[in-house]
Design a protein around this ligand. Structure first.
Ligand code: FAD
Length: 493
């Protein structure tokens, strides 16, 4: 059997390993950490369980597809439910909105409680759907770096419809034209942060994101987000894939011919041979650490990184009936918050706070009289800021804000805490500057300035994960594995 090595057991690395195994390869996965999952990790503390990274699960069909490809029934491995309530929104002026998955109901609630109308919401989602139709095949499901992608009839059709993707104004500007009520503009501006971008700079094309959440749905895995990793690793091991933990790859090896070809990797000073290598590392570290002799694609590597996050994992003594699974507490001045992150590279004193409580659905994630709070704010990527000081200030501001809006002193309920910040995101998951999603999407060319899924210098070397095409987030990371799969011939007899 030909041999494949995957470097990194992030979600895209695991998916790539499964796809290659099904193609007939003998697959080894080398992972620097003691556990699989990368950013998609979990934390256990004092009887509480937390998903460490992603909390919003969309496009579960991309996970199911892997079980189906292996000839298995996805439900035997992995169960999830569709959320009826997508998110609860809280504003400082007292406004509270419950975003239901039933869009008509959500639009009606917006009309009843704000100065915006249901018709505005419907118009916005129609646009969101159009952007999806035009972009998904070209920008998400195929390589942007292969001629054959452009020869499909549906790609050509999409190219003719490019004017409709709203790439030439910012998301914030577009949303201002959709909604009369500023608070609703703010609600939809937040979608830029789903890939670590700034709505005041990023193109309005990012208005495609709500289509994923409302048309395809938002979900929660029955075992929490980490359940995705556990289910896929189980499948992978059944397929015969070998996972090697605490094994940091030191080098990618290739032949010295004029057209080099992959020959393997170096781990613990030992050479492991392979016919195909897929790197799931942040592309920055792949070039800096594992491909030192290959000239770097400077332009791609020097793009602005996406934002990072500061997360407090709080075990809470008490139940909060005002809160649901996903909760957002908006800042009073969104532009100020994004200026702080993107221009001043700091944290403002009134950040938008996201609280995820998986125990609302998965009771076992917290003791009966408690809740597991994942409390996150968006922060700049790490440029050497004084994080200890910023964290101290942010904690005070978050506690004040949430206590004020809920009219309850939350601080006294915090019984245990862990913190993740841009420095630890980098050290624990190998993400350059702790950015969550690779490069930002702050300009209309960003899609073209992500690294391709293959190397143009070394034959049979591939790249998957959130820092390369088509981008960050679980669904896109899974699509990167699919694009690689489409490029590799099956060796099954
Ligand atoms: P990564 O998760 O980046 O994993 C890479 C792996 O490579 C790591 O396990 C690392 O240890 C390993 N590695 C690094 N160097 C080496 C080496 N030399 N040798 C061997 N192994 C190595 N996405 C969503 O869809 N929804 C969300 O709600 C969401 N929220 C997020 C919140 C946070 C706090 C974070 C951090 C991310 C969030 N994301 C979210 C983004 C999502 O987690 C990522 O896009 C996705 O998990 C990236 O997966 P990946 O395949 O790129 O691998």
């Amino acid at each position: 059997k030909p041999k494949a090595i995957v470097i990194g057991a992030g979600i895209a690395g695991i998916a790539s390993a499964i796809r290659l195994s099904i193609k007939g390869y003998d697959v080894d996965v080398f992972e620097a950490n003691s556990k699989p999952g990368g950013k998609l990790g979990e934390i256990k503390m004092n009887g509480f369980r937390f998903d460490a990274g992603p909390s919003l699960f969309t496009m579960p069909q991309y996970v199911d597809e892997l079980f189906k490809l292996a000839g298995k029934n996805p439900e035997d491995y992995f169960k999830y439910i569709k959320l009826k309530e997508v998110c609860r929104y809280f504003y400082e002026d007292g406004l509270r909105l419950n975003a239901t998955s039933d869009l008509n109901k959500f639009a009606k609630e917006i009309e009843e409680k704000t100065n915006s109308t249901a018709a505005e919401v419907q118009r916005y989602f129609k646009k969101s759907e159009t952007i999806y139709e035009v972009t998904h095949r070209v920008f998400l499901e195929r390589s942007l770096h292969k001629l054959k992608s452009y020869l499909h009839w549906d790609t050509l059709k999409s190219i003719f419809r490019f004017g409709q993707i709203d790439a030439f104004r910012t998301q914030a500007r577009a949303n201002q034209s959709f909604f009369k009520d500023e608070r609703i503009t703010q609600l939809f501006n937040r979608y830029a942060t789903y890939n670590g971008s700034n709505p005041y700079q990023a193109p309005a094309t990012l208005n495609v994101i709500p289509h994923f959440e409302y048309h395809f749905g938002a979900f929660i895995p029955k075992d929490g987000m980490y359940g995705i990793v556990k289910a896929l690793v189980k499948l992978a091991e059944e397929l015969g894939i070998r996972f090697h933990y605490n094994q940091k790859v030191e080098d990618i090896l290739y032949t010295s011919e004029s057209k080099p070809k992959i020959s393997g990797v170096k781990v613990n000073d030992k050479t492991c041979k392979a016919d195909v290598v897929i790197s799931n590392l942040d592309i920055w570290f792949t070039y800096k650490n594992l491909l030192k002799a290959i000239p770097e694609p400077k332009k791609l590597l020097n793009q602005e990184r996406s934002s990072s996050a500061l997360i407090f994992y709080w075990g809470m003594d008490g139940n909060y009936s005002d809160l649901g699974l996903h909760n957002i507490f908006y800042t009073e001045d969104y532009q100020k918050e994004f200026n702080a992150i993107w221009k001043d590279k700091t944290i403002c004193d009134d950040p938008t706070v996201y609280i995820n409580i998986s125990a609302k659905h998965i009771r076992g994630d917290a003791p009966a009289d408690g809740e597991n709070w994942f409390v996150m704010i968006n922060v700049p990527a790490n440029n050497g800021q004084n994080w200890d000081q910023l964290i101290k200030e942010a904690k005070v501001n978050i506690i004040k804000k949430v206590s004020r809006i809920l009219n309850r002193n939350i601080e006294k309920d915090i019984i245990c805490e862990q913190i993740l910040d841009p420095r630890t995101i980098e050290s624990k998951t190998g993400s350059y500057q702790g950015s969550l999603y690779g490069n930002s999407s702050n300009n209309q060319f960003s899609a073209f300035l992500r690294h391709s899924n293959f190397s143009s210098k070394v034959k049979n070397l591939y790249f998957c994960g959130g820092s390369v095409h088509p981008g960050g987030g679980i669904p896109l990371a899974l699509l990167s594995a699919k694009i690689i799969d489409d490029d590799i011939n099956s060796v099954v007899q």
